[in-house]
Write a protein that binds this ligand. Structure first.
Ligand code: HEM
Length: 355
């Protein structure tokens, strides 16, 4: 609410300060200062926090022109998704669960921000999926999902991301010191999960987790929380690429697809009342019930640098009607960070002023 700070005085109609408005003005100034401080810390303005987080990635991994600021090393594949009609009772996103084959694009990636990172290093691997469908009234609908091979993310709030990224880049001791100094960030859970996982042997044979809670909303308006995950159906019969080559993950996927399709099931996990809905560093127990919501079938590698997959930003807030984001602050922050990265890499790609 704005203060009426000026009043018009007769007879010439000039304005003077409205004394009655002074307390209101002081309160307004205080609110402005607090809001500015919050913006400066990146807690209230998603753009500021997003820029700081993307800057942190660039400081840690270098600026690689025209590349994604995170997960720049990746490979795309194309295929289709068939959603189970039974899921229509859970969500009004009926077009995605129609039993029909829908076009799907997938990008597998190595975490971090170095496009030359070796696949032999333990750590985060990504699977980003774009499914498109035709909704009621023939309008196009999109569902973007970007998940990782771990059931937990590295931080509980986006404000911790830059600090953790910087500490990680400084090495093991700095990381340990940062984690100890910031227990509320929740970073230890992902560090432990990476240590348990080791080096993934193939993009095609590991599960990928959405990590955040989303809400399914059905045609009656009933809502229930879920976390999605992609579960691999296929085990490669023969593996050609040597596992210790720095680019073995893309080579193995190529070999695997040459032998036949790769399939993943989409699982919607259902929590119990005690499960955390807002903190992506806290996994739900493994034995929670799930609905198998559909099958993704990958047919071919897409190597075309001009294809939509190479350029797309897999903003996880692009959702069909009937699937809603939770208030998880990390989930909410991702759209702006992906936008900053997209703007930088696209302007570099087009030869505009790089940042
Ligand atoms: C504070 C939190 C996060 C920040 C700042 C962040 C930042 C980014 C950025 C800047 C990109 C590149 C976007 C682009 O240029 O299109 C990216 C990509 C990616 N992120 Fe995140 N991210 C965050 C959380 C997460 C979480 C929670 C997940 C997994 C559940 C995730 C998985 C991925 C994946 C798989 C990609 C690659 C997508 C692709 O292949 O294009 N990120 N992230």
């Amino acid at each position: 609410m704005w203060c009426l700070a000026l009043k018009r005085l007769p007879p010439d109609g000039h304005f003077e300060m409205n004394r009655a408005a002074a307390p209101c003005l002081i309160a307004q100034a205080a609110i402005f200062l607090i809001a500015s401080a919050a913006w400066a810390q990146g807690s209230a303005d998603p753009r500021t926090g997003a820029q700081r987080n993307v800057d942190a990635l660039q400081s840690a991994f270098g600026t690689h022109a025209a590349q994604r600021r995170a997960h720049p090393k990746g490979i795309c594949a194309t295929g289709s998704f068939v959603g189970d009609v039974a899921v229509q009772r859970l969500t009004r996103a009926h077009a995605f669960f129609s039993g029909q084959a829908l076009p799907a694009t997938v990008r597998f990636s190595v975490g971090g921000g170095d496009p030359r990172a070796s696949d032999t290093i333990p750590g985060v691997r990504g699977m980003a999926v774009h499914i498109s469908a035709t909704g009621p009234s023939a309008q196009p609908q999109h569902w973007l999902m970007a998940g990782i091979n771990l059931p937990v993310f590295s931080v509980a709030q986006p404000e911790f991301f830059a600090g953790l990224t910087a500490a990680r880049a400084q090495g093991r001791d700095a990381l340990a010191a940062w984690v100890q100094a910031h227990p509320q960030a929740g970073a230890q859970a992902q560090i432990d999960a990476i240590a348990r996982n080791g080096v993934p042997a193939s993009y095609a044979t590991i599960p990928y987790f959405g990590v955040h809670t989303f809400w399914l909303v059905n045609a009656q308006g009933q809502r229930q929380p879920m976390r999605w995950q992609w579960m691999p159906q296929s085990v490669p019969p023969q593996i050609q690429a040597a596992p210790h080559q720095p680019d073995f993950l893309a080579a193995r996927l190529r070999d695997r697809l040459a032998q036949g399709p790769v399939r993943f099931e989409l699982w919607l996990m259902h929590p119990q009342a005690s499960d955390d809905l807002l903190n992506p560093t806290i996994a739900w127990p493994w034995d929670r019930p799930h609905t198998t919501a559909g099958v993704l079938t990958l047919q071919a590698i897409d190597d075309d640098p001009r294809s939509p997959c190479a350029r797309l930003s897999f903003n996880p807030l692009v959702l069909p009607d009937g699937i809603e984001p939770s208030a998880d602050p990390v989930l909410q922050s991702r759209a702006a960070a992906y936008g900053v990265s997209l703007m930088r890499r696209t302007s570099e790609h087009l030869g505009l002023v790089p940042r």
